[in-house]
Design a protein around this ligand. Sequence first.
Ligand code: HEC
Length: 102
Amino acid sequence: MQYKKLSLWVLTLGLVACSDDYTPRESSPAKTIYLEACARCHAGEPENPKRYYWSINSKNINAKYIAHKVNAGGLTMPSFPNIQGESMRKLTEYVLLHNLKK
Ligand code: HEC
């Protein structure tokens, strides 16, 4: 019983930690969004085009998959529900350009 309660707490905290309320400014270029929201995990050197930050399974290299990943997150990646519309379009383009399997 006690253990069950604790597990529920851990689950709730986990879910909260898995959503990031980062909201890009309308005018932000993709690189800024990348640096502000993604670079802490998907590290790279934006000035160096030879460094790639993402390695995506070739069957998933499309804007739809990337947008879904960003909005829904993953097991260890937070979700970014506030990246939408034009910001999302710019960001997916950026991810496709800086992708190892491209
Ligand atoms: C807290 C760390 C973290 C942050 C911040 C983060 N990611 Fe991730 N991301 C991960 C991890 C870990 C994975 C691989 C595991 C998974 O799929 O959940 C991943 C996977 C991905 C994938 C899929 C790769 C594949 O092979 O399918 C994409 C695309 C991606 N991230 C894009 C982004 C973008 C764009 C941002 C910024 C808006 C971002 N991530 C922010 C940790 C993070």
